[in-house]
Design a binder for this molecule. Structure first.
Ligand code: UFG
Length: 327
């Protein structure tokens, strides 16, 4: 059996990855401490409760399941929190990842797929960011992810750890079959907050800034459907298994949507207007973050075919109405 150890498999992206891995003939084993994940989301293989910083537990799990690769999603990922408590992010994300990487090497598991972020690029407004763009993170979250990228490169040189690094742009949408979806507590992301406001779970969505240098004054982001994103991970795994070497790939679509455009599209999908108020800019937000993702298309053969805004909102809305883990 081709077992893959999926850290963070109880979270939003990790749970979708487990579903995709199972569909591709792999056996995903979820390793998660359930601090931000949901046990209900572990539906596609065994669950091992544990923390990234618990080396003894990791060693036991590697020994028990003998994975051929690691997909490492587990991380804290709130930009604001990372600025208030950077130690938490360096300890959990960097310290935890280092412990995991050392355990993988010790177990002889030398294929590693890592979820990094466009936050490693920092504030480079109005530039299309490709994999060769400079990395100047402006928050501890982005800095922690960039540090893990560095660790992977060093471990490749010293120990032959082959890795694929994916730098995500804005992930949205949900499993179209409704088995898993997005649910964070607290929620900070635009699409689920917007859907909460639509069905009365919160009063109104605050638009963070309407005075940006964009056509409608609101921030522009590059949104990618979670199912397309995890498909790229399966392709990344095949890339490693084919011995193609370590590589970095951006995952976005190359098309930007402003906050106002996302709101307009949700109106057309749901036939309801999102109640909104206009607020000040959110500290740390860049004007425009758009990915150059040609490399993933050219080299991995990745085709993001669900990443239209309409499809992402349709799938997220279906999940929102039926699938929350806290029901
Ligand atoms: N936004 C609002 N109102 C809200 C929430 C968000 O107007 O209540 C806006 C934000 O200002 C931003 C856009 O919607 O312009 C998207 O915001 P999200 O919080 O959904 O996503 P971010 O772009 O802030 O964050 C994403 C990832 C992070 C990553 C970051 C890098 O979710 O993990 O990109 O910039 F670090």
């Amino acid at each position: 059996m081709n077992t893959i150890l999926v850290t963070g498999g109880a979270g939003y992206i990790g749970s979708h990855a487990c579903k995709a891995l199972k569909a591709a003939g792999y056996a995903p084993v979820t390793y998660d401490n359930l601090v931000t994940g949901w046990q209900d989301a572990v539906k596609f293989g065994p669950f091992e409760h544990g923390d990234l910083q618990d080396r003894a537990r990791l060693d036991m799990v590697f020994q028990k399941h003998k994975p051929i690769a690691v997909m490492h999603f587990a991380a804290l990922s709130l930009v604001g929190e990372s600025m208030q408590d950077p130690g938490l992010y360096w300890r959990n994300n960097v310290g935890g990842s280092l412990t995991l990487i050392e355990a993988a090497v010790a177990a002889g598991c030398l294929n590693f797929v890592f979820s990094s972020t466009c936050a490693t690029y920092g504030d480079q407004d109005n530039v299309v960011l490709d994999e060769n763009s400079a990395q100047y993170p402006i928050n501890a979250y982005g800095a922690s992810k960039r540090a893990i990228e560095d660790i992977l490169r060093d471990f490749e040189v010293a120990h032959g750890l082959h890795h694929v690094i994916f730098r995500y742009f804005n992930v949205a949408g949900a499993d179209p079959e409704g088995e898993v979806g997005e649910f964070h507590r607290p929620e900070t992301h635009l699409v689920p907050l917007m859907l909460d406001a639509l069905d009365g779970k919160r009063d109104a969505l605050t638009i963070f800034g309407t005075d940006y240098d964009t056509p409608d004054g609101t921030c522009i982001r590059d949104y990618v459907h979670v199912c397309d994103l995890v498909d790229a991970h399966v392709l990344g795994l095949h890339w490693l298994r084919d011995d193609k070497g370590s590589r970095v790939f951006n995952l976005g679509t190359g098309t930007g949507f402003s906050v106002q455009e996302v709101l307009d599209q949700s109106h057309s999908v749901t036939n309801r207007a999102v109640p909104c108020t206009e607020g000040p800019r959110r500290p740390g937000d860049c004007t425009k973050l758009v990915s150059g993702s040609q490399r993933a298309k050219d080299e991995l053969g990745w085709t993001p075919n669900r990443s239209t805004m309409k499809q992402m909102i349709t799938d997220a809305w279906r999940w929102h109405q039926t699938g929350h883990y806290d029901r």
